[in-house]
Design a protein around this ligand. Sequence first.
Ligand SMILES: CC(C)(COP(=O)(O)OP(=O)(O)OC[C@H]1O[C@@H](n2cnc3c(N)ncnc32)[C@H](O)[C@@H]1OP(=O)(O)O)[C@@H](O)C(=O)NCCC(=O)NCCS
Length: 277
Amino acid sequence: MERIATARHVDGRTFWVATSTGHGLVVEGASEEARPPAGPGPMELMLVSLATCAGSTMRDLLTGMRQPFRRLVVRVWGERASEPPRVWTRIRLRYQVVGEVVPDRLARAVSLTDTKYCSASVMLSQVTDLEATTDLIHRVRAEDTRALRRRVLRPHQRLDELVDPGEEDPSTVFFAAHRGEEVVGTAALYREPLPGEAAAARRIRAMATAPEVRGQGVGELLLEACLDRARDDGATVVWCNARLGAVGFYRRYGFAVVSEPFDVEGIGPHVRMRRLV
Ligand SMILES: CC(C)(COP(=O)(O)OP(=O)(O)OC[C@H]1O[C@@H](n2cnc3c(N)ncnc32)[C@H](O)[C@@H]1OP(=O)(O)O)[C@@H](O)C(=O)NCCC(=O)NCCS
C-alpha cells in the first residue's frame, strides 16, 4: 500500500499535514473556539476533493471531445446528518461551463465523469445521494433571451417591445445561461462608446438572472463571458447603466460609478458604471 499523507497533531483539533507529493497544509476539525479555523475542515476537504476531481475529469473529457470551453467552475453543496457519525447525506455538484460547447457533448462529459472516470464521484455516489447539474453560458440569438429579460427586467413590456436599438448589429453578442433546457440568465454586449470617452468600449445590457438561481454564480459567469468577449474584440473599457439594486454586483467586479443617478422611464433610477477590460 502507498503512503499518502501524515497528519501531525499541533493543538486543539488542528493538524499539520504533509502529503506524499510534497505539499503541506493545516487542517482543523470543527473548532469550539470563536476564532476562525486555522484551515479547512476534514469533511469540507472531502467535498473539495470531489469538486476538484470531478472538475479535472470534466476538463480532460471536454478537451478530448474538442469542446472549446473558456471557463469551468465546479460548485458543491452538501447536507450532513444531524447525529454522529455526521456523514454527508446529500451532495449536489454543479458544473458551470462558459464557452461554445455543444450541449449534448457537455451532458455526455458529465455522465462519464459521474459514472465512470471521476474516482471521487463514483466512490461517494455509492454511499450517498449525489447528483450533478450543469449551467452552460454561451452565445445565443437575441430572441432566446427575451422571455427571461421580460420576466426579470421589463415585465411591463410586451415581448416585441424588448427589441433594443443595435440588437441586430453584427457586433452585438447575446449570451444565455442554460440550466438544462431552461434559460436562467442573460447578458448582452453592444459596441457603443461610453459617453464622454473616446476609448474602444463595449456596453453591457440585458444582465439578468432568474430569481430562483441567484447567488449561485450565474451572474458572475455571464459578466465574465461579456468581459472575455470585450477583451477578444480589443475593447479597453466596458460600461453599463446599472439599476441601483445591481450597483453592488458590478462594484464586486471592479466597476465604478461614473454618473449621478438618472431615471429610466418605466424602470427607475440608474447610475452609469465603468471598468477597464
Ligand atoms: C444582479 C444580478 C444579475 C446578479 O446575479 P446573480 O446570479 O445573483 O449573481 P452571482 O450569484 O453570480 O453573484 C456573484 C457575486 O455578486 C454578489 N452579488 C450579487 N448581486 C449583488 C447585489 N445586488 N449587490 C451586491 N452583491 C451582489 C453575490 O453575493 C456574489 O458574491 P460572492 O461570490 O462573494 O458570494 C441579479 O441579481 C439580477 O438579475 N437582478 C435583477 C436584474 C438586475 O438588476 N439586473 C442588472 C440590470 S443593470
